[in-house]
Design a protein around this ligand. Structure first.
Ligand code: PEP
Length: 253
């Protein structure tokens, strides 16, 4: 799996027309790069149409969520088996799912296991609140989220972890390079080494939270960070393509 990765999380945004225009522009302008992965995550109803536009393109598709069950009486939900074949990736445990929809570490873990069982590659999101950061607990919170999220996962080859401080998402506030490095090394890297001492495949680690072309290199310059998860700026073709170019440049050095 190539390491550098840039993921656009469109959330509940874009009309179908806007979504198709955006991916068509990305497809036309981004030069296929076998050493990197670019993923767009549209809302569920647009996944099929977006994937048609992206046929014969190196840009991949991810879902923004899924349910853990294979099928059943879960009105409004979508299962991993329904997404398999349409999407390669699935974002799980995004802070908006945790805070607005009450998703717990345990529930997210069941989804991670189900995603892998269905051949999907989970992007597990972790991150602390502002209060947790201010009380000096960020690394501990992130450690717990990583440990719980990966419980019962034996093979982490297809897993990506996105560190997204909740207070940085959609706010324009960003953490310092040092703070991100500290949390990723103690809250993520060390934990992975503890749980998977024999694994040569440490999952890719992304940073997410108010990433723009102006600040992306602050994060991607860190050798522990393989790429970025982008929300707001991924809706704008110019911003997203600049973020892609800057990330690939930083990672090529
Ligand atoms: C996100 O929602 O994962 C995210 C990082 O959003 P934004 O880039 O808008 O902060």
């Amino acid at each position: 799996m190539p390491r550098p990765m840039i993921v656009g999380n469109w959330k509940m945004n874009n009309s179908l027309e806007q979504a198709l225009q955006l991916v068509a522009s990305l497809k036309d302008s981004l030069t296929p790069n076998p050493n990197a992965e670019i993923v767009v995550c549209p809302a569920f109803p647009f996944v099929i149409e977006v994937s048609r536009v992206l046929e014969n393109s190196s840009i991949k598709i991810g879902a923004q969520n899924m349910h853990s069950a294979q099928s059943g009486a879960f009105t409004g939900e979508v299962s991993g088996s329904m997404l398999a074949g349409l999407c390669e990736y699935v974002i799980l445990g995004h802070s908006e799912r945790r805070s607005l929809f009450g998703e717990t570490n345990r529930f997210i873990n069941i989804k991670v296991v189900s995603a892998l069982d269905n051949g999907l590659k989970p992007i597990l999101c972790v991150g602390e609140t502002e209060q947790e950061r201010d009380s000096g607990n960020a690394s501990t919170v992130v450690r717990t989220q990583v440990k719980s999220g990966l419980a019962d996962v034996a093979d982490i080859t297809s897993v990506t972890i996105a560190y997204e401080p909740i207070w940085a998402i959609g706010t324009g506030k960003i953490p310092s390079q040092e703070a991100v490095h500290e949390i990723i090394s103690h809250g993520i890297f060390e934990v992975l080494q503890e749980i998977y001492p024999d694994s040569y495949n440490i999952p890719r680690i992304l940073y997410g939270g108010s990433v723009t072309p102006q600040n992306v290199v602050n994060f991607t310059a860190d050798p522990l960070i393989d790429g970025v998860l982008v929300g707001g700026a991924s809706l704008d073709y110019n911003l997203f393509s600049q973020i892609v170019a800057l990330t690939l440049e930083a990672k090529a050095n």
